[in-house]
Design a protein around this ligand. Structure first.
Ligand SMILES: O=C(O)CCC(=O)C(=O)O
Length: 304
């Protein structure tokens, strides 16, 4: 159960729920999201953490190494391995600013505003965007192989945008509704944007995998303002692990944010350097969702 919280703070659940969620999430991810989760290793570690939860000290604890002696009694031996605790996943679903991490180079900050667009307005906007944006399926390249991105996209901006090793051509012909939404978003956030990536998730099978919006063209600390229309999808975030974990995401912090019809999410500061995000597939009926992510693309001569 998620405890109630003020809009300025994240919500935390109980230890039991956390464990159940971690296990359910591990099972779900192992089943549906493919190979990134090391299923057998993380399951075993989760069970050990649960068994020793009362001995937890400041996020880590020792797992005694119990061995049967020759006469059948169990004798205590010195611990051989530090067991680490998997951080509880947090949910952000209320309006507010959230500092999700802070490091030597600055903070990673989110701003969420459900109902940024009035629901009735958002209804006709969705219809217009769905019908009038020139949606296309992009080909990406991963590990030298080309694949079709499982969603439709459109790009607006004076400069091209390259991600996943393929470019979207510049397109200066903004739809009037997009100009209106850009102006409104700029007025409320105080930021300016010169580009827009539009995403259409046709159903629950459409998704975007873990990534950061950290292409050099987006500058040092990209500010991304994201508007959602249509069905709610879960936007998941995970912190990048420290170098000593060598790419193992088992113990990283995780956040889930349901992005609902008409909501605004802003990511800023170090968020793209420190965190990854994705919209995972969902294996139950999902209606279409449109996502508009306003950004600033810098020409090569202005990048630092
Ligand atoms: O659909 C979303 O909310 C996120 C889209 C996204 O992460 C991206 O296009 O970079």
């Amino acid at each position: 159960m998620i405890s109630s919280c003020s809009s300025e703070h994240m919500c935390y659940g109980s230890e039991e729920v956390r464990f159940t969620r971690v296990m359910a999430d591990k099972r779900q991810r192992a089943r549906v999201q493919g190979a990134w989760a090391n299923h057998s290793k993380t399951t075993v570690r989760s069970l050990q953490v649960h068994r020793n939860s009362s001995a937890n000290v400041a996020g880590t604890h020792w797992l005694p190494n119990e061995q049967p002696a020759a006469d059948g009694r169990f004798v205590f031996q010195n611990p051989t391995e530090v067991q680490r605790k998997i951080p509880e996943e947090k949910t952000i679903d209320k309006e507010g600013f959230y500092e999700i991490s802070s490091g030597p180079t600055g903070v990673s900050r989110l701003y969420l505003k459900p109902g940024f667009i009035d629901p009735k307005e958002a209804d006709w906007m969705f219809e217009q965007l769905y019908a009038e944006i020139p949606w296309k399926q992009k080909s990406n390249i991963r590990e030298g192989r080309s694949y079709q991105e499982p969603r439709l996209t459109a790009w607006y901006g004076d400069l091209p945008y390259t991600y996943s090793h393929t470019a979207m051509k510049s397109n200066p012909h903004w739809h009037p509704l997009l100009i209106m939404l850009k102006d409104h978003t700029e007025k409320v956030t105080g930021y300016t944007f010169n580009s827009l990536l539009c995403n259409l998730y046709r159903n629950g099978k459409d998704s975007i995998d873990w990534h950061s919006d950290d292409e050099p063209s987006l500058g040092q600390k990209p500010i991304i303002a994201s508007l959602s229309f249509g069905d709610t999808r879960i936007f998941e975030m995970r912190k990048k692990p420290p170098p000593e974990d060598k790419g193992d995401y088992t113990y990283v912090e995780r956040i889930r944010i349901p992005l609902s019809h008409g909501c605004l999410l802003v990511m800023e500061g170090e968020t793209q350097k420190e965190w990854q995000h994705r919209v995972p597939k969902e294996y139950h009926d999902r209606n279409p969702r449109i996502n508009l992510t306003f950004r600033t693309i810098y020409p090569e001569t202005q990048r630092n």
